[in-house]
Design a protein around this ligand. Structure first.
Ligand SMILES: O=C(CO)[C@H](O)[C@H](O)COP(=O)(O)O
Length: 232
């Protein structure tokens, strides 16, 4: 299915997420095409008189938020984020996520875990029985010694690790780091893998979002489905 076909499902999920937005809130604003639908929809709320402030996870999102009339908090402020809303690349049955397809995973994770509630918006094709296989795991690494870091990731995961490129050059995150995409056949235990990866020096953050999502909103051909995570 093409991205154009899926954009209607992303949009319907984004519109449903508006129900969670109340006047005066501070919102965490994700990055990517689904987050974009949400931020543009927020513009209608602001135009109708709602006052919203936000924390942006990328320059692209900051531009969209500005156009929607959302006042952005400074990077150096303490952010009292009520609700963070973002897309994802894969979601497993326990609502664990792979994120970072757009390369914004570090800021996205900081914002998601800072929020009182984290809402994930996806089209139905992103729900998977297990993470990996159809989407490589993005890992943000510092450029110093990145080849050694990549080798260590390969040894741990027994998978192919590929430096992400853009226009023929290494892709740089907004924090100045690199992304290596890790092609794993299947991630059986995302929590254990995330913990093990964090022991490798040079890894800044992984695209595994474990126990972060509170609400999952899925756009499907049959309509929008909403799920609330239950945690012990
Ligand atoms: O993690 C992300 C960016 O780093 C995005 O949320 C993820 O890639 C999904 O993107 P899209 O909504 O465009 O399908």
């Amino acid at each position: 299915m093409s991205d154009t076909d899926l954009s209607a499902y992303k949009r319907s999920a984004a519109l449903t997420a508006l129900d969670y937005v109340k006047d005066g809130m501070v919102l965490g604003l994700g990055t990517g095409s689904t987050a974009k639908e949400f931020i543009m929809a927020l513009g209608t709320k602001v135009a109708a008189g709602m006052k919203l402030r936000g924390v942006s996870t990328s320059r692209e999102t900051a531009t969209l938020a500005d156009r929607s009339g959302i006042v952005l908090l400074d990077d150096n402020d303490h952010w009292p984020i009520d609700v963070a809303v973002d897309g994802a690349d894969q979601v497993d049955p326990s609502f664990n996520l792979i994120k970072g397809g757009g390369g914004a995973l570090l800021k996205e994770k900081i914002v998601a875990v800072s929020a009182k509630q984290f809402i994930v918006l996806i089209d139905y094709t992103k729900r998977v029985p297990f993470l990996g296989k159809t989407f490589p795991l993005p890992i943000e690494v510092i450029s110093f010694g990145w080849r050694n870091t990549a080798r260590a990731i390969e040894a741990l995961t027994r998978s192919r690790v590929v430096l992400r490129e853009q226009a023929g050059a290494p892709f740089r995150t907004e924090s100045g780091n690199l992304i290596v995409d890790t092609h794993m056949a299947r991630i059986d235990n995302p929590r254990e893998l995330d913990a093990a990866l964090h022991h490798i020096p040079g890894i800044v953050e992984t695209g595994l979002f474990i126990d972060c999502a509170d609400v999952l909103i899925v756009g499907t051909p049959q309509g929008v489905e909403t799920y609330h995570a239950t945690r012990p």
